[in-house]
Design a protein around this ligand. Structure first.
Ligand SMILES: Nc1nc2c(ncn2[C@@H]2O[C@H](COP(=O)(O)OP(=O)(O)OP(=O)(O)O)[C@@H](O)[C@H]2O)c(=O)[nH]1
Ligand SMILES: [Mg+2]
Ligand SMILES: [Zn+2]
Length: 289
C-alpha cells in the first residue's frame, strides 16, 4: 500500500494511505532506504499487519526543504500582511528567491486587507511585475480563502512568511477548524506562544498544507553567484542577450538585463535587490578565502 507521511513523532510515522486511512508505522533500519531517513512529505510503500504498519520503501523525493523539514513540497504561499507587522521588503524578496530556487509554484498573499490604505501599492506592483500570482485576503473574516483552495489539489503547499502575518489563521480558515494556535507574538522570545516543533501535513481540498513558524531572516547565501539570476523569473527573457557571455548583469557594459531595467520592463526594486544579494554572496566568498 502506498501513502504519504503526514507526521512523525518519537520514532513513529503516521501515513495517510492512498485509500484514505491513517496508519501508524515504524521504520525499518535506515540502511534499507539507501541512506534516506523517512521524513514528513515522503511517499512511502508500507506493509500492514494487525492495524500497524512498517515502511518498506521511501520513493524518490521531488524536493527536500530543511525549514520546514518536509519532502516533496510543490508550492509556496508566501504570506505577508498589509500592516501589523509592516512589510519587510527584503525579507519578501528573500522568500521569493528561496522558493524559486527550490522550484516551487509561488503565490504571494497579502493578508489583513482590512488594514489596507494603499500603503503597499508599490510592493504589490513589484510582485506582479515579476510575474507572481497575487492574492489579497482578510483571513480572520475568511475572505480570500476560496481562491487559495483552488490551488491546493495534488500539491504539498507550504505557508511561509513573517510572524504575525496570519499563516495559522489562514490554515484554520482553510481547514474549517482550529488546528493551529494563532495570536500575538511574544516579542521577548521573538516567537509565537505555541511554537510547533514538528511539521505536520494537514489535508485540505485533496492536497496537503504545512504551516511554519514565522521567520524574521532568511539565508540565501548558499546560492552561487552565477546562478542567482535564475531565481528571478522576470530576468529570464534577457539572459543570454547580453554582450558578454557569462554576464552577471552587474558592472558589465551592454547588458540586456540592465537595459530592461532602464526601459521599465524589469522593476528597479527587484534589480537593486538582485545586486544587493550578489554583492553579499561575493563578499561572503571573499571572506572565506
Ligand atoms: N486585522 C486582521 N488581523 C488578522 C487577520 N488575519 C489574522 N489576523 C490576526 O493576526 C494575528 C497573527 O495571526 P497568526 O495566524 O497567528 O499569524 P502567524 O503568521 O501564524 O504567526 P506565527 O505563527 O508567529 O508565525 C492574530 O491575532 C490574528 O487574529 C486579518 O485578516 N485582519
Ligand atoms: Mg502561526
Ligand atoms: Zn547582463
Amino acid at each position: 500500500m502506498k501513502g504519504t507521511i503526514i507526521k512523525g513523532i518519537a520514532g513513529f510515522y503516521y501515513v495517510k494511505t492512498d485509500d484514505g486511512r491513517l496508519v501508524e508505522c515504524k521504520a525499518r533500519g535506515k540502511f534499507r532506504y539507501d541512506e534516506l531517513t523517512p521524513m514528513v512529505g515522503d511517499l512511502v510503500e508500507i506493509a500492514e499487519a494487525d492495524g500497524k504498519g512498517v515502511i518498506d520503501a521511501v520513493l524518490p523525493r521531488k524536493s527536500q526543504l530543511t525549514r520546514p523539514a518536509v519532502a516533496n513540497i510543490t508550492q509556496a504561499l508566501i504570506i505577508f500582511a498589509y500592516k501589523d507587522p509592516d512589510i519587510n521588503l527584503e525579507l519578501l524578496n528573500r522568500f521569493l528567491v528561496l522558493c524559486e530556487y527550490n522550484n516551487l509554484n509561488i503565490t504571494v498573499c497579502m493578508n489583513k486587507s482590512d488594514l489596507n490604505a494603499g500603503q503597499n501599492d508599490k510592493i504589490i506592483e513589484m510582485i506582479k511585475s515579476a510575474g507572481y500570482d497575487f492574492l489579497s485576503m482578510n483571513a480572520d473574516k475568511g475572505i480570500g480563502t476560496d481562491q487559495i483552495k483552488e490551488k491546493l489539489k495534488d500539491n504539498i503547499t507550504v505557508l511561509c512568511g513573517p510572524s504575525g502575518a496570519g499563516k495559522s489563521t489562514i490554515l484554520n480558515s482553510l481547514a474549517g477548524r482550529t488546528l493551529m494556535e494563532t495570536g500575538v507574538v511574544s516579542n521577548k522570545l521573538g516567537r509565537g506562544k505555541h511554537t510547533t516543533r514538528h511539521s505536520e501535513l494537514i489535508e485540505v481540498e485533496d492536497g496537503f498544507i504545512v504551516d511554519t513558524p514565522g521567520f524574521s531572516s532568511l539565508d540565501i547565501d548558499f546560492i552561487k553567484r552565477e546562478e542567482l539570476m535564475y531565481s528571478f523569473p522576470e530576468f529570464q527573457d534577457f539572459i543570454g542577450k547580453c554582450r558578454f557571455t557569462g554576464c552577471i548583469h552587474h558592472k558589465e557594459p551592454d547588458c540586456a538585463v540592465k537595459e530592461a531595467v532602464e526601459q521599465g520592463v524589469i522593476n528597479p526594486i527587484r534589480y537593486d535587490f538582485y545586486i544587493k544579494m550578489l554583492e553579499e554572496i561575493t563578499d561572503l566568498r571573499r571572506n572565506k578565502r
